[in-house]
Each structure stands twice: as C-alpha cells, then as structure tokens.
Ligand binder design. Structure first.
Ligand SMILES: C[S@@+](CC[C@H](N)C(=O)[O-])C[C@H]1O[C@@H](n2cnc3c(N)ncnc32)[C@H](O)[C@@H]1O
Length: 302
C-alpha cells in the first residue's frame, strides 16, 4: 500500500501526540504492506475482548507490529549485555526438575535466538526444541543449538506433533498476545504440547499497574561485529503497551537507522490465571520470577 493511502486509512500515527516523521511513516507503511487487508480491518475495529474495550480506546494507529524483523541478528548481542541467560536457564532447570525429576525434552515457545534453550541443552543436558513466529530467529536458533529442532510457528497454532516434559515461554513473549482469547489459545497450545506431568513455565509481561508510559530506555553495544545504540519509548493505548525501538547500527558498511514497533498487552494476574484455568491447568504464581515480572508455573495433569 502507498504511504498516502495508508495515512488516509489509519489517520495520523503519533507517539505521545507527536506525529511520526515521514521516515517512520514509511516504516509503518512497509510493515503494513505485508499485512493482509482482512487482518488490517480487524485491527482498525479491534476484536479485542470486552475487558480491553475501554471507553477511551482509540482505533489503532499502528498496524501489525514488525517486532525484531530488522535486528534479529543483533538480538543476542543486545540482550546478553544486561540479561544473564545462563543464570535464568539454571533456575528454569531447577523449577522443571523439582516438579518433573526425569524431565529430558523441553520446548521453548517464542524462542527468539534460543538463548535459554541453548543453555538448557549445554549446561543441563536437556534436549531442547523451539518455535518462533520470526523465521530469522528460527534459523539463528537452529545454528546456535544444532541438536534441537526449531520451527517457524505462531504460539496460538503451532504443531510440533509431539509432547514435551517441559514447555517454556519466557521474557514476556506471551505479551504479544493482545486479547484474552489469544492468550487463552496460546496457553492451551502449550498445554497440548506438554506430556502428562509436563511443566509449563510462562514469564508474563507487565500488569497494567506496573507499566508507565513515556519512559525511555537506552541500551548500547560496542563489539567488533557492530556498535549499536537502541533507544526505546513506550506508549499506552487502552490495555496495549506499544514500544518504538530506534536503533543506530554501525558496522563496517556504515551506520544505519532502524525502527521497530512492538505491541504487548498488559494482562492482570487474574487474566493470566484465567487462561491457565480455562484449559484445566492449576497454576502457581511467583510474584518475583527472574526479573520482577513474575512467573506462572503449571504441571499438566495435576
Ligand atoms: C522478547 S522476545 C523473547 C525471545 C526469547 N524467548 C528470549 O527470552 O530472549 C519475544 C519473542 O516472541 C516472538 N513472538 C512474538 N509473537 C509471537 C507469536 N505469535 N508466536 C510465536 N512467537 C512470537 C518474537 O519473534 C520474539 O522472538
């Protein structure tokens, strides 16, 4: 779709009341180009659950989030600067083995470059597979963990054709489900992939009370491969938190700017628990988890 037509359809996209620049509009229009018209019209009249239909909910101004499609190759460089995946994998292994001592096979849902499952395999002897909606991540994950099977798939609908001793979905990836019904589908699909006694671990995104719009975050990387500065700002629309991630990426080819847009729903604890209970799972809640985001843990069949 041409940018002009996009603006006509979507209104003037803005962040905190400041209209997006021509460059940003071009990025958004580009993201939109691969979203189907049907999908787009659903977004303009969002089919979000009643609980998300707040009186002041505006039509969405940004279309399909483009997530990490331009920076997947730098994800590990950026996130390992401030996140200890080895330590988190130790804690995941412990949580799994306490509940399912003989556990061997783990599935990482929304695995990204599979940093957790690579540690689970290398440090804890698990056989780890993964699934992610982004094919670049699937390919990176497969190279990082050649013993695992990594498949492209949406967490609501993927089908691995087998069950696992543990299914994990970490670092708030579940927040990319933007309705309660999608959340329920994703949890039910994780349950479907858990064997009897299989442990399901989900690290949520923030609750509505914990999110503050307008905060800026800066992360930097200085490595031989790339020098990166990423600044993020978040806004709130109804129960959706939206992040604009601006990257300056310097490599031997020069410096380029990229923009990615992420939308994650702010589910309450009750809404998270409801999704587990709906598919017959009893769920425990750890309010702290790895990073003060909390953790939901369920065992299939208990
Ligand atoms: C914040 S990253 C977390 C990646 C990884 N779990 C980690 O801990 O580093 C969120 C991931 O969710 C994936 N994702 C988003 N929506 C998805 C969906 N509907 N189905 C599967 N994966 C999805 C993204 O591609 C991305 O890899």
């Amino acid at each position: 779709m041409r940018i002009g037509a996009f603006i006509k359809k979507a209104g003037k996209p803005a962040v905190n009341g400041i209209p997006l620049s021509r460059f940003e509009l071009a990025e958004v229009a580009r993201a939109h180009a691969w979203a189907s018209d049907t999908w787009y019209s659903e977004r303009i009249e969002p089919d979000r659950d009643q609980s998300f239909q707040q009186p002041n909910l505006k039509p969405l101004t940004i279309v399909k989030p483009i997530m990490f499609d331009k920076t997947a190759e730098y994800y590990s460089l950026i996130y390992t600067q401030f996140k200890d995946y080895g330590d988190e994998a130790d804690r995941v292994a412990d949580l799994i083995r306490k509940r399912n001592p003989g556990a061997r096979e783990v599935l990482e849902v929304a695995c990204g470059p599979a940093l957790h499952s690579t540690h689970l395999a290398a440090d804890h002897g698990f056989a780890a597979d993964g699934v992610d909606i982004d094919e670049s991540f699937v390919s990176i994950a497969g190279k990082a963990n050649p013993g695992g099977r990594f498949e492209p798939g949406d967490m609501r609908t993927f089908e691995m054709g087998k069950t696992y001793d543990a299914v994990i979905c970490l670092f708030s990836s579940i927040g990319y489900m933007t309705t309660r019904s999608d959340l329920a589908l994703a949890i039910a699909n994780m349950k479907k992939h858990a064997a009897q006694g299989g442990v399901i671990i989900v690290e949520p995104w923030l609750t509505p009370e914990a999110f503050t719009a307008g905060q800026r975050h800066l992360h930097t990387v200085e490595e031989e491969e790339a020098t990166i500065a990423r600044m993020t700002i978040g806004e709130l629309e109804g129960r959706i938190s939206r992040f604009y991630m601006h990257y300056l990426i310097g490599t031997e080819d020069g410096i380029r700017h990229e923009l990615e847009v992420h939308e994650l729903a702010l589910f309450s604890r009750e809404e998270m628990e409801e999704a587990f209970e709906k598919c017959g799972l009893q769920v425990e809640y750890d309010p702290v988890g790895f990073d003060d985001r909390g953790l939901y843990i369920a065992v299939n069949g208990i």
